[in-house]
Design a protein around this ligand. Structure first.
Ligand code: FPP
Ligand code: MG
Length: 272
């Protein structure tokens, strides 16, 4: 009862509530169970650009700034692994101008994230680039390697940038690695099971995915985290374009996760 009241109130609170109130709500939510791993399909950048009558790349730039903001909210909440879909392998089929613009933006922001970004430094975030990195242009590939190397010592949190990524490619890459190990006699064919495939996914070492959020109102997964979201993961489709995603969209999702959490459900039932 209290939860559903809070949930509906949170989603109607306007965006201009002060930072102080945001912090207070974050502190209240932190009293409950906090998900360890959140993933986002950051969808809607081009529609946002169109709405503003600006160039497509401007939509992606606004999308990048939203990513920084969302990462900070997650870290302040205590979520320690954040995974985002920054570029699908399929996105290479988009117009050259857009792909080039996205690559330029990625290179620039990867350099910034690992060298100057306060959020990354303050919260000691390790950056991982997940995907088929050899599809990237040379300079972006090198920026990705540098970002991973320069933040490798950070141990408190992880930002996974999936870039260029698809789930089916990730699963195929895992199967390939496992097969090579079997050919080399390091594991036997009989040992190959779900756990081994999972241990060779790009997300190896990350906590299980608790929440997947897709923005823009599209209701599909677009080949993202298909393996990871198949078990005990809550999936949310937010009807807002990614650059417009606000903390008032995120907090009800966390609250809903908490109300579904087995520990809280048990307590709630016991008190009835
Ligand atoms: C999806 O919206 C968004 C993308 C394909 C790109 C997302 C990339 C960023 C936010 C920046 C990434 C930054 C780094 C550092 C790698 P869309 O283009 O599909 O928009 P639409 O759904 O309105 O067409
Ligand atoms: Mg899209």
């Amino acid at each position: 009862m209290v939860f559903s009241y809070l949930n509906s109130s949170l989603s109607t609170i306007s965006n201009n509530v002060s930072k102080k109130t945001q912090n207070l709500l974050i502190e209240i939510l932190k009293c409950g169970p906090i998900p360890r791993h959140l993933a986002f399909i950051m969808d809607g950048n081009r529609r946002f650009a169109k709405k503003l009558s600006v160039r497509t790349v401007e939509g992606h730039i606004r999308g990048y700034h939203k990513l920084e903001e969302v990462l900070e909210w997650c870290l302040r909440l205590g979520v320690n692994t954040v995974t985002v879909y920054a570029f699908s392998i399929e996105n290479f089929k988009r117009p050259k101008e857009e792909v080039d613009g996205l690559m330029k933006l990625a290179k620039e922001k990867l350099d910034y994230l690992c060298e100057k970004c306060d959020i990354i430094n303050e919260h000691q975030v390790r950056i991982q680039i997940l995907g088929k990195l050899d599809l990237l242009p040379r300079d972006v590939f090198e920026a990705a390697q540098r970002a991973m190397k320069l933040t490798a010592h950070n141990t408190k949190a992880v930002l996974n940038l999936c870039f260029p990524y698809t789930s089916r490619d990730e699963i195929a890459a895992s199967v390939r690695e496992v097969t090579v190990k079997a050919q080399q006699g390091k594991i036997s064919i009989d040992e190959i099971d779900q756990q081994i495939i999972e241990e060779h996914l790009y997300t190896r070492g990350c906590p299980p995915l608790d929440i997947l959020v897709r923005t823009s109102g599209e209701v599909r997964l677009s080949d993202f985290m298909l393996w990871q979201c198949s078990k005990d993961c809550q999936i949310y489709f937010a009807n807002v374009l990614w650059p417009q995603f606000s903390i008032w969209d995120l907090l009800p999702i966390i609250l809903s996760y908490q109300t579904e959490h087995p520990n809280l459900k048990r307590k709630h039932l016991a008190s009835r």
